[in-house]
Design a protein around this ligand. Structure first.
Ligand code: URA
Length: 211
């Protein structure tokens, strides 16, 4: 990891770069303060792709997506929805951890449009490799990236099945929202919404397979 600095204006950014590896990516500045890029994981040809926002602190260190508390919640939600983990490829809209230092802790910062846009290069590569039939967008950042629409809002699309570039898109809350909602009732409700979305994604895959 490069030393953290608040000003990264001097960091090379090559928006049109077509890097061969995530390690070599300089399409935006986020590589500079991250330990490593975190690529998606899961079976090739998984029918469902779950797209989160960006790696968190634990994922940045481990180099794997959703290995922290948000990942544990997703595993529980998949089990409750009856979706086989082997049917799911897990990734993020943005592949490098964006953070700022608060005390000694690296605090998550929401990626901006330019970063989401720059990183769609990698999501497209994952689409090409996996070719999922259904994409579950976890939270607003993922939805913007997946729909390629930076004005897309999550709440107005909850409960809907959208379509983009030939794939079905199921929007739902980000697991961190279900972990951090202020009271037990809202956490429970958010968790239930995620389970419903995953169950629906599983159903859409089965319907597609029957055709
Ligand atoms: N949150 C995300 O959006 N992705 C991860 O990989 C971990 C936490």
């Amino acid at each position: 990891m490069a030393a953290h600095s608040d000003t990264v204006a001097d960091v090379t950014v090559i928006p049109d770069q077509q890097p061969a590896s995530l390690e070599a990516c300089r399409r935006c500045r986020l590589w500079h303060d991250a330990t490593q890029g975190v690529a998606g994981e899961g079976p090739r040809q998984a029918p469902i792709m779950m797209v989160g926002e960006q790696p968190g602190d634990k994922e940045d260190l481990a180099g794997k997506p959703f290995v922290g508390p948000a990942g544990a919640l997703l595993d529980a939600a998949l089990a409750d929805a009856g979706v086989d983990r082997d049917d799911v490829f897990v990734t993020n809209a943005v592949k490098h951890f964006k953070w700022s230092l608060r005390g000694k802790r690296r605090m998550h910062k929401t990626p901006g449009q330019r970063e989401i846009e720059a990183c769609r290069y990698w999501l497209e590569k994952e689409y090409a490799a996996v070719d999922p039939r259904v994409v579950v967008a976890l939270g607003a950042t993922a939805l913007k990236s997946v729909l390629h629409d930076y004005r897309a809002g999550l709440r107005m699309n909850l409960g809907k099945v959208l379509s983009c570039e030939g794939r079905l898109v199921v929007p739902t809350y980000h697991p961190s929202y279900a972990l951090r909602a202020p009271d037990e009732a809202s956490r429970h409700e958010a968790y239930g919404t995620i389970v419903d979305a995953l169950r629906h994604a599983g159903r859409l895959v089965r319907q597609h397979d029957r055709r």
